[in-house]
Design a protein around this ligand. Structure first.
Ligand SMILES: *Cc1c(COP(=O)(O)O)cnc(C)c1O
Length: 420
């Protein structure tokens, strides 16, 4: 599905003319498409059903994009939420996601956050526990509140996926998840289990995964440990991490949803269901795959700067708005809004006082001049949510193309009065 195309030499996103939009709204801004977001979610959900997975629950990873309107769209389609803070918990509830569809991940849950979650009317699907110290705190907190907490162990499967080292999480040297020996050692100890109940097991080995071999190995490990602990598990949680094709070279490697679901179905059948009477449901925690391609970032050229052989195209968006290129060296396509022949090699840079504030080096683009528009593609995930006020810049506007091409401001731009 190509939702970006030129019509009369003008770039359209989800059938919206970007140039006329930029006449009404101050750049830079994020632009999202309800249609793409819904399609991505439904493709995932239908894929899980078609592969015959048991009662799948898809918990959207809120950290990838916690915008309330976007989460509401997903909630209406049946999505749950994977949260990592009290703020995300509040947002998920406000967007209409019930507690029983929420999993609470993260290595650093505070007592305040645990109390907040335990005091809700319904029970969370689970606290996904990352250490025995955390489990002890959840148990003690539940005891104090005269409650019972549903918990899930996040297993550290000790596998190395092929992805960027900063977004890889499933190895011994990473802070995430519990080793098998620690999980087994906790069983039966009152300080962990007097006010908690083990209802699930999870793995999450990293993000932007394009090769599913490590995923498969992690799922086998998940099944092995889940069988060993002999608890009446209600679910197996496969985490998130499914990648997208940011670069054209990644397109042929991109795992298809049906293949991904098949791998899960076959691995669980062979390594769990065929060896147990239990029929735990399958929980997912996808973020990027659902929302990355549902958003673009629209910027305006401020000026060109020529330094000998280098042409710098200086744009009004910066690394404070969209951080992935500067943080991970991530590639994102840059596309001019006016269709023209790419004839010039240039570096597209932001106004922030950091050398890493660069959206693309040595890119072939048409000659761009002051006032021309340029978009950065696939910025729906880990975009606005990772942004900051660095250099005391206001956070940008967020716009949504709703069904029938209606436009909605879903987050106002900050102006000077907001920067207090
Ligand atoms: C970040 C994260 C996810 C989502 O990862 P994506 O790559 O966006 O799918 C899921 N689960 C956990 C525990 C995470 O930390």
């Amino acid at each position: 599905m190509n939702e970006l195309n030129y019509k009369n030499k003008k770039l359209h996103f989800s059938k919206i003319d970007i140039e006329s939009l930029a006449k009404k709204h101050k750049t830079p801004f994020f632009l999202y498409s309800e249609e793409i977001l819904s399609n991505n979610y439904l493709q995932f959900a239908v894929g899980a059903e078609s592969a015959g997975l048991i009662d799948p629950l898809i918990c959207f990873a809120m950290k990838s994009n916690p915008n309330k309107d976007l989460v509401k769209i997903l909630a209406k389609l049946g999505s749950g939420a994977d949260i990592v803070s009290g703020g995300e918990l509040k947002r998920a509830l406000e967007a209409g996601i019930p507690p029983e569809k929420i999993v609470f991940s993260g290595v650093g849950k505070t007592e305040e956050e645990i109390v907040y979650a335990l005091k809700l009317k319904g029970h969370l699907n689970s606290f996904n526990v990352e250490s025995l110290e955390e489990l002890e705190l959840i148990n003690a907190t539940a005891k104090k509140l005269k409650k019972s907490a549903r918990v899930c162990f996040r297993l550290n499967p000790v596998v190395k996926p092929k992805t960027h080292k900063f977004i890889s999480t499933g190895n011994k040297t990473h802070k995430f998840g519990l080793l098998e020996q620690d999980i087994l050692q906790s069983m039966g100890q009152n300080k962990y289990w007097s006010h908690t109940r083990l209802v699930g097991m999870s793995v999450h080995i990293g993000s932007q995964l394009l090769d599913l071999n490590a995923t498969k190995r992690a799922l086998v490990r998940l099944c092995e440990v889940a069988l060993k602990i002999q608890a009446p598990l209600e679910f197996l949680d496969v985490g998130g991490g499914l990648g997208v094709d940011y670069h054209p070279d990644e397109t042929h490697k991109l795992p298809r949803i049906d293949n991904y679901m098949q791998i899960i179905a076959m691995t669980f059948e062979k390594h769990f269901y065929s060896k147990s009477k239990l029929r735990p449901r399958v929980v997912f925690e996808p973020g990027r795959r659902i929302v990355a391609k549902a958003g673009i970032f629209v910027m305006k050229v401020l000026r060109n700067k020529i330094s000998e052989n280098n042409t710098f195209v200086i744009v009004d968006g910066g690394m404070n708005d969209f951080m992935r290129p500067s943080l991970y060296g991530a590639y994102h396509a840059l596309i001019p809004v006016k269709e023209a022949k790419a004839e010039k090699e240039c570096h597209v840079v932001g106004p922030i006082c950091e050398t890493s504030d660069c959206f693309g080096s040595n890119r072939m683009l048409p000659a761009l001049k002051t006032g021309d528009l340029l978009i950065l593609k696939d910025t729906g995930a880990y975009g606005y949510s990772m942004g900051s006020n660095y250099n005391l810049r206001g956070r940008p506007l967020e716009l949504l193309v709703e069904k029938k091409q209606k436009l909605k401001v879903i987050n106002k731009a900050q102006d000077y009065s907001d920067l207090t």
